[in-house]
Ligand binder design. Structure first.
Ligand code: PMP
Ligand code: GLN
Length: 381
């Protein structure tokens, strides 16, 4: 076989797999990779069985089961007061990660620059680079992880093709405000800069904050790919189903890439979700349900040597430490092996490995899991 050049020479295995494998190996409680350990809605799993038994087992439309797209559009209008055309503006995807990759692949060319904020979800930069584009990295301001908009303005060049935002933010739980959106609008006004808005945690927002979806702003939606995940919304990360919303023009191009990658997604789950989406209660109560877990975990963590960096959304809360000089990666490994609690070291979300001595913990777990994990962490010396 001829040797070939890696397209991603600097990329190893994702931290989520590394930490989950280590957790299994050491029988540790896994507060690393973000997935719930409680049951998802039985009503929703029942609807999937019903769809299968009713014969919805063949390919559905490549853009997504039509009724599901209609229901998504209805939900968007209710939540964000924006009318979306389900025919032309929504495509169902196998997860949020795929939606992001497809959006980037749709528009990026060699030499393009993409502004990305670090700590950044780990797929963003490899997704940019595999398309021959360059990630222009800007650090969020520690410790509140806000966006330094002046620096963003100064980083714009003739090659800037896109700005990527993520709210609520993984790994930090930071949430963008109306003022952030205003700053973003000022920066992109009069340019051809596109936006990718990763909103997989749209419903997992706390403290009575309002989710600043790009979908609220039709002028920005024109130039944005907005990406969602049913896995996060309905506590079924293993379903790998999500969707992308954008303008009709951009969606036409997005679908050219999508149709020859996966073509269409899981039919019975889409049929089930089309029905379940009508249940407004189910998504309106998600924020308070998960906030209770954050509050419970935060309280327990007060008895550990960690310092909370408050999260306002997502499945995660970050905690800094100064009881040791160890690098965050080393500490995360040691806590897994010696104390039986896995977490995610936040330095992995910086390309240059910036280490502020912060670990990310996933609190989307049963109370008994969180209690046991915190009791173990309380023993740290
Ligand atoms: N973006 C962020 C910020 C995430 O945390 C995740 C993980 N769920 C995704 C995208 C991808 O979601 P999915 O599992 O649906 O691919
Ligand atoms: N989004 C999840 C997290 O941040 C993990 C997804 C994955 O494992 N790729 O933990």
């Amino acid at each position: 076989m001829n040797s070939f050049q890696s397209k991603l020479p600097e990329v190893g295995t994702t931290i989520f797999t590394i930490m989950s494998s280590l957790a299994v190996e050491h029988n540790a409680i896994n507060l690393g990779q973000g997935f719930p350990d409680f049951m998802m809605s039985e009503e929703l799993t029942g609807l999937v069985s019903k769809a299968m038994n009713n014969g919805f087992n063949q390919y559905t439309h490549m853009n997504g089961f039509p009724l599901l797209r209609e229901r998504i559009a209805e939900k968007v209008e209710k939540l964000y007061q924006t009318k979306i055309n389900p025919e032309a503006q929504i495509t169902v995807t196998p997860g949020g990660t795929y939606a992001i990759y497809t959006a980037l692949t749709t528009v990026l060319n060699k030499g393009d620059e993409v502004i990305v904020f670090e700590p950044a979800y780990d797929s963003y930069i490899p997704n940019i680079e595999i398309n021959g584009a360059k990630a222009v990295r800007i650090s969020l301001q520690f410790p509140d992880y806000s966006i330094p908009w002046n620096e963003v303005q100064q980083s714009i060049t003739a090659n800037t093709r896109m700005i990527m935002i993520n709210t609520p933010h993984n790994p930090t739980g930071a949430v963008l405000t109306e003022n952030d959106i205003e700053q973003l609008r000022k920066i992109v006004a009069g340019t051809n800069i596109l936006i990718l808005s990763d909103e997989v945690y749209e419903h997992l927002i706390f403290d009575n904050l309002q989710h600043q979806s790009i979908l609220r702003y039709p002028d920005l939606l024109e130039r944005s790919f907005v990406c969602f995940s049913f896995g996060k919304t309905y506590h079924c990360t293993g379903w790998k189903l999500g969707y992308c919303i954008t303008s009709p023009e951009l969606m036409k191009e997005f679908r050219k890439v999508h149709q020859f990658n996966c073509f269409s997604c899981d039919t019975p789950k889409q049929v089930a979700l089309a029905e379940y989406l009508q249940n407004e209660e189910a998504y309106k109560t998600l924020g308070s349900f998960i906030q209770q877990k954050r509050d419970y975990f935060r309280k327990l963590m007060q008895a550990t040597p960690f310092t909370c960096i408050p999260s306002h959304g997502s499945y995660f809360e970050c905690y800094s430490y100064d009881f040791t000089n160890e690098a965050d990666k080393d500490l995360a490994i040691r806590l897994t092996k010696e104390y039986g609690v896995a977490s995610i070291p936040v330095s992995v979300f910086y390309k240059n490995g910036e280490d502020n001595h912060v670990l990310r913990f996933c609190f989307a777990k049963k109370e008994e899991t969180l209690l046991e994990a915190a009791e173990r962490l309380q023993k740290i010396k």
